[in-house]
Every structure is written in C-alpha cells, then in structure tokens.
Design a protein. Structure first.
Lengths: 457, 383
C-alpha cells in the first residue's frame, strides 16, 4: 500500500470515528479505490455484476465521454448493501476522497436507518450476479438476439412496479363480497344462515380482470401474459426484482443527497484541515451544491431544507440534531417537501415555476404554495406517468387494457406508441392505452401487429 | 471488529462496460444501415469533400418508455435570488435545451442520437454489395484491382509480419550448431519476416458516361437528386475500382462534355433535347471507348420533360447505345408533379433489351434504392 492509500485509510478511520461520535450509525463500510473506467462501468450498471444489455453500454459510453472531455465526473458511488460498498476514484486527491468518504458514510447511514429502505435486500450484489448468470444462460439457450429483444421490451416498462403488489392482486378477488355489508356486524348474522341452500351463488368473475386496477404492470404481465414462456417470465421477474431494489433510491433522491451533503460538511469541519485543504474542501463542496436554473439540484435543495429544519428546532429551544435523525428515518422526498419546504425557504432559494410561452421560456409564478404543490406532484411519480392494468381480457379477447391515471400532464405520444409496441411484444395480443390529450379530450389508442397503431376516440 | 476498510484491486481485466459498449455500437451500425435511404440523400454529406467525419442522426436508439410531454407544462426552477415573474429564461429554443443540466429525466429530450462516421465507413456500408453489372472481359486489360500476396521470407521487416515458426526454427538451428539444441537466447539474426508482393489483377476497362439534364425545367429538387445520385455513383466507382473512367456530360438542347467540378456545380437553362446527349455518347464510343475494348455504362438523369418531337430520335439513339454497352441506366425525377408518365419514359417503354434499366425518383429517399437498382449484382438478369 502506497503513501496515498495509507494517508487515505488513516483519514477514513478518523472520519468513521467522527461520524459515530456525531450519532451516525452506518453499515460497516468497505471502500475500494478504482480507476475511472471501473467507476463509470459500475455507475452505468447501477451496481457491479448486473446483466449485460446495450442500454448499459450506452450509459457507459456517455459517462466515459463526459469524463474524457472533462464535462463531468462521478465522485461518489455507493451500494446499498450490508456491509456497504463504496468506490473512490483513484485520480482524486486524498482530500477529495476524504470528503467523498464522509458523504458516502452518511448515505450508508441513510440506507441503514431510513424506513424506506427497510425491505430492500442487503445482499443485492449477490442477487444481481446470479440474475446476470441466469440471463447469460438464456442467451446461450435461446440466442443473444432473442434475449436482447425481450429485455428491450421489459426495460421499457421497468419503472411500472409497485413494492406492495402481490401476485394475488393481479387476479379477481373471489372472496370479496360484491357489495359491502350494510352494518358493521352484518356478516356475523349471516353465519347462522349458512347452509340453508338459499344464499345467492357468487357471481362468475373473470380472473383476468383484477379487482382493483393494478399499477405493477410487470407483475400483471407475468401473471397473465398469454404469450410469454417460462424463461421469458423469469426475465420479467428479474427486471422487476432489481427495479424494486432501486425504487426507494428514486423516492429519496433529495433527502438522501441532502443528508449526505449535510454530513460531509459537518464531518469535514471536525477534521484538522490545513488552510489549503480547507480551500480545496470549500471549492468542492460549493461545486456539489451549485444550484441549477432549469432543474433542481437535489444536493442543494436537500441540504438547504435539512439545515433549515435543524436551525428552526434549535431556535425553538429543542434538539435540532435529534429532529434531523427522526426526519431521516421517516421522510421520503415527497413528504420532506410537503412537510418542510417553507415560504422562507422558497424565497431564500429563489424557487419559481417556469413555462414555455410561445417561443420563450418564462418565469410564470413565484407563489411558494404553487411551487411546493408542483414539486410534490413531480416527485410523487418520479417523473413517471402512472399507468394501470385494468383488464387482461378486454372485449373477451384477452387483449390488455391500460389506463393512464390523468394528472393534467399529457404523455409524449410518440414515445407512448413505441412503448405500446414493446408491451405488445410481452402480451402477444392487442394492447390498449386509455389517456387524454388535455383535461377534456380523451384519447384511446391501441396497437397490435395485425392492425398497427390505431386511434379510437 | 470490522467496520471500515480500504482496498485496491487489479481491475485491468474488467471489461464488461467495454463489451456492452461494443453491443451498443453494433446497434448504432444496424440503425445506420436501416436508415441508409435517408442518409444517402442528406444534403450535408453531398456538399462536402468526402474527407470529413459526419454526424449521422439515428432515430432508433431511443429507450422508449411511458413519459410525460412536459414541453407545455410548468416546471420548478431556481434563480440567483433576483428572479421575477416575467423573466425570460430562454428565447427561440436556443440556450441549453432539455437533456442538458442535471437531473431532469422527465423532459422529452432531443430524440435522436448522433453517431459519428467517416465517409469511408459510410461508403463501405452503402456499397457493400454493389458492383458494375454485366462486366465482361475485353481485349486490352487496364482496370486494376490490387491484391497482396505473401510470397517471400526475409531477415528484416515489420514485427507484425514476424514468421514465428521460422524464427524459432532458425534459433534452434543456431543453438544446435553450438552443440545445444534448444529454443532460447534469440538474436536479431534468428528473426524471419514474411514479405509480400503487390499483385495487380487486371480487370476489364470500364467507362461510365454520366449524362445530366441541366435545362430550365430541372428545378432545385431535380438537380439535387441527380447530383446526389452521381455523387454516390462516382464515390462508389472510385472506392471499388481503381481505374474506372468517368465522362461527365451536361445537356439542355445541346450536350457537351464538362469537368467533374462543372458537372456538380453548374446550372444552365433552356429547353431539353435528350437526343443531343445520346448523340454525344455515341460519338464518344466511336472516338475513345470502342465497345470491343471497353465496358460501357451510360447513365442519364432527367425530369423527362423532353421536346416532344425529339422522342423518336431518342428512342433510336438509345436502342443503338443499349446494343453497344453493358447497361444503360435512365433515371427520371418526378416530384409529384406528374401523375402521368413523361413522354420520354413512355417512349422508352418500347425498349425490350434487358440492359436498359430505368427508375423513377419521386422523393429524396429514392436515391438509395436507385443506386441499388443500377448497381445491384443481379440487375442485368432482372432487366
């Protein structure tokens, strides 16, 4: 181990102790120094060992190009596992990597203590490696082209999963009574009527029609697709399981990055930095927290909100740090914004709503409640439209009926049509999409190979 | 107790990212192949000197998914502390469009991907299976296509051509002379290299007579299409054959032989007598390119708007040309202007010789199929 590594290792041990003394409880954390190419590779796959697909290669190429041209650089990469894995860039200075280590320990603490990560697998690196092996076997058995085409289709709807969905939800509920009981204990009285032979027969239910519309399209397709074979269903299951693992990270981007930024700043101030080191730290810190005009920088927004919470609680004579610990255990991005983005913060951060007006992009609204509401709406769906599977036997023809849950924002119809082709690849029969062009213009489209794209309403 | 560790492994054999990057590149190439018809008629390609690297817009590498069209929607942004309602962030769609800046994965981005290609790579894909049809052996052989054959062994040469077998044998032989036959302690004396000879295979002579209508009735589109076709044809002939002669003929009511540069840049006006070009072509055959020594390929592009009384003469001259050449190609450009056939095309329909090949181009994207029609391998047989 060279001088660089020795110095960094000593630094990280010190950072660990400081983090512990300040109240962080991260998973044991394993740091590894890697070259840039490995950093980009892991970054573009989401974690080491994941299955091969050209989209990962595309992400890798983009990241590598950005790095080669000096446009951007990944500083931190941390995997939610126990023990936690973190990767440091070998070309960073010792001080840069110390800051990254402090930042990463706070992420590790967040993974370990946030309720939203409670159900994620902490052995996911093993799982994705096994998944990649299985997919490689399928490539061997069925041809890389077939597997790639299938993955293209599955990945197009990979975000449409629901952590709480179960296979039973995809089916009609046979047990649920068709009508709700009139009074609370009505069903008790019925017990004595049992067996007199006069009770109405349960209505015949169509099993392809879930009792409640289902948001987890992958689950619905796995359960009901008339076309997919066993190994194809397995590929759908793999993509779904991996997506569910990444899902909480999408829900907690702002709070998690805010948390890590808040703590790297606190921890670095506890270290005995020389003046030069302090300047270097301050530069890096401010470049991470640099606000951006057209899309919010999650590091910046999260950091400002958390700092504000601590200050307000301290000002009220309460324990601000304890309040922060509670926030990190319970809040997601949506609830953080809804509960803690105040009028003062919106003003101080200078948040606004902008919109395209004619040829120009113009600031149209600065009312803090409007800003907060719009942000909550955006975050609630992570920018992904909510689509429900309503019927797997539409018109009695085993066609798939999807409904876009309308929230005022139209779909990109060009993309929607292409995605329907992919869904059709998975379903094998005609696929419908019920959406809207605007609040009062409904739109129903469908696709199958025989009829092509059709517009129905 | 284990809480925090730092390690550094050897990752040099780790190439998964690179392998999937290659998969992606392969898909880009496929996408280019699927879009060749559009790419071939791309204005920016045809107006260059052929040495540049192009950015070819590819539409098929999008990762389609359900996403919002937020172009008309309100978005949250952040100012520097002095922002006011009514401030303009961007005018006329210029500065930093979607896709730039951080996050913002929910905005419709620019929906094409730009692949970089050199002219040679692109030409390679376009010309992959094209060739001069009906090529015959002629008396004087001049058309050269160079080939390399490894024929000799020498003691010096580039290391990429090292003949390992012979080198090892020489080494063992030398050691054996000193009483210890083994492989080791190589010296420069042991090295043996393969060397090659340029082997020139002579093919038959070929000449292409490129005739183009430059009369007043040829609008911007017609000129553009015929130039696009000839641009790729010239490029194709120069890529595939070392020694094809190309004669450029421009005509309106009169025809004259012009330089390549004039052919591609000059516009004329006036009426149209296609017969003038055919006449000139026939006299070229008399003077310079005798059919018993040359493979001859006349091509003619026109809007078909010929002087009506000239058509019979055209038919007669064309029939004569077709008899004496390997293939006669006639391309007519009719951008939706004519719902009916031109009188010239109608006249040409009477030619039954399968060496006469005609195409109609109604759209820029038809240039590539026209190339394939004329230079596809089985053209002559199909007629």
């Amino acid at each position: 181990m060279g001088g660089y590594a020795r110095e960094l290792e000593a630094g990280i041990e010190r950072i660990w102790d400081v983090a512990q003394s300040l109240g962080l409880r991260p998973f044991p954390t394993h740091f590894e120094i890697v070259p840039a190419t490995v950093m980009y590779e892991i970054g573009s796959y989401g974690m080491p060992g994941r299955f091969s697909h050209w989209t990962h290669g595309k992400a890798y190429q983009v990241q590598k190009m950005m790095y080669d041209y000096g446009l951007s650089k990944i500083y931190e990469l941390v995997i939610n596992t126990n023990p936690c894995y973190a990767f440091l860039l070998e070309t960073n200075t010792v001080l840069q990597n110390k800051l990254v280590a402090a930042h990463v320990l706070a992420h590790s603490d967040f993974f370990a203590n946030s309720a939203h990560f409670g159900e994620t697998s902490r052995r996911m690196v093993d799982t994705v490696t096994l998944n990649a092996d299985r997919i490689r076997t399928y490539e061997f058995e069925h041809g890389a082209d077939d597997v790639e085409k299938l993955l293209d289709a599955v990945l197009s709807i990979q975000e449409h999963v629901d952590p709480h969905a179960t296979p039973a939800d995809a089916h009609a509920d046979h047990r649920r009574p068709a009508t709700a009981p009139e009074r609370a204990y009505d069903d008790l009285w019925k017990l004595s009527e049992r067996g007199n032979g006069n009770e109405p027969q349960p209505e015949r239910v169509n099993d392809m029609r879930p009792s409640r519309p289902m948001r987890d399209l992958l689950m619905f397709i796995m359960e009901h697709s008339p076309r997919l074979t066993d190994w194809e269903r397995d590929v759908v299951a793999i993509v779904r399981a991996e997506m569910l693992y990444f899902y909480p990270q999408m829900q907690t981007k702002i709070i998690n990055e805010g948390w890590a930024s808040y703590w790297h700043a606190r921890i670095m101030r506890e270290l005995e930095l020389s003046e030069d080191e302090y300047v270097e730290f301050a530069q890096l810190h401010s470049s991470i927290l640099q606000p951006s005009q057209r899309s919010l920088n999650p590091y910046h927004v999260g950091f400002r909100i958390l700092e504000d919470i601590e200050r307000r609680w301290n000002d009220d004579g309460k324990d601000g740090r304890a309040k922060l610990m509670e926030v990190r255990e319970t809040e997601s991005d949506v609830s953080l914004i809804r509960n803690y983005l105040t009028e003062d913060l919106v003003r101080d951060m200078d948040l606004f709503l902008y919109q395209k007006v004619g040829d120009e992009v113009v600031i149209v609204d600065k009312s803090w409640e409007d800003v907060r509401q719009r942000l909550v709406t955006q975050l609630a769906s992570h920018g992904i439209p909510v689509i429900y599977a309503e019927d797997g036997d539409y018109e009695g023809n085993r066609e798939l009926y999807l409904r876009h849950s309308w929230d005022g924002t139209p779909l990109d119809m060009n993309y929607a049509r292409k995605t329907l082709e992919y869904v059709n690849r998975l379903w094998g029969r005609r696929v419908w999409l019920d959406t809207r062009k605007s609040d009062d213009e409904p739109l129903l489209i469908s696709y199958d190979e025989k009829h092509g794209h059709q517009i129905h309403a | 107790m284990f809480t925090v560790t730092l390690e550094s492994h050897d990752w040099s054999l780790h190439r998964k990212g690179a392998i999937d990057q290659a998969r992606h590149k392969r898909k880009v190439k496929e996408a280019i192949r699927e879009n060749l018809a559009d790419i071939v008629s791309e204005q920016s390609l045809i107006t260059t000197d052929g040495k540049k690297i192009f950015k070819v817009p590819i539409r098929t590498l999008d990762e389609y998914r359900f996403r919002f069209d937020t172009s008309e929607q309100k978005q949250v942004g952040q100012g520097d502390g002095k922002s006011q309602v009514g401030d303009v962030l961007e005018r006329g769609g210029q500065q930093g469009g979607p896709g730039k800046g951080q996050g913002a994965g929910d905005q419709p981005g620019v929906d094409y991907y730009e692949a970089e290609l050199t002219m040679d790579e692109l030409a390679g894909m376009i010309f992959e299976d094209l060739s001069l049809p009906n090529l015959e052996e002629k008396r004087m052989q001049e058309l050269e296509s160079p080939a390399v054959r490894f024929t000799d062994i020498r003691k010096s040469g580039p290391f990429s051509n090292l003949d390992k077998r012979r080198t090892i044998r020489e080494n063992i032989k030398r050691n054996a002379l000193q009483g210890d036959p083994h492989f080791g302690s190589l010296t420069n004396d042991d090295l043996r290299f393969k060397t090659w000879e340029q082997d020139i295979q002579r093919e038959s002579n070929a000449v292409v007579i490129a005739m183009m209508d430059v009369s007043g009735s040829m609008g911007t589109f017609e000129k553009y299409v015929s130039r696009a076709f000839y641009f790729w044809m010239v490029h194709f002939l120069r890529t595939k054959y070392d020694n094809v002669e190309i004669v450029f003929v421009a005509h309106h009511t009169e025809a004259k032989e012009v330089t390549e540069e004039e052919f591609f840049t000059r516009g004329e006006s006036g009426g149209t007598k296609a017969s003038s070009a055919y006449q000139l072509a026939l006299s070229l055959l008399e003077e310079r390119y005798q059919p018993d020594r040359w493979n001859i390929y006349p091509f003619h592009f026109s809007d078909g708007d010929n002087w009506p009384s000239d058509n019979e003469l055209c038919l007669q001259l064309t029939s004569e040309l077709v008899e004496r050449c390997n293939q006669f190609g006639y391309g007519e450009i009719r951008q939706g202007r004519y719902s009916y056939q031109s009188t010239l095309m109608h006249t040409f329909e009477r030619i039954t010789n399968p060496k006469f090949v005609s195409v109609t181009i109604a759209d820029k994207a038809d240039v590539y199929p026209a190339l394939r029609n004329f230079f596809g391998t089985e053209v002559g047989a199909r007629g």
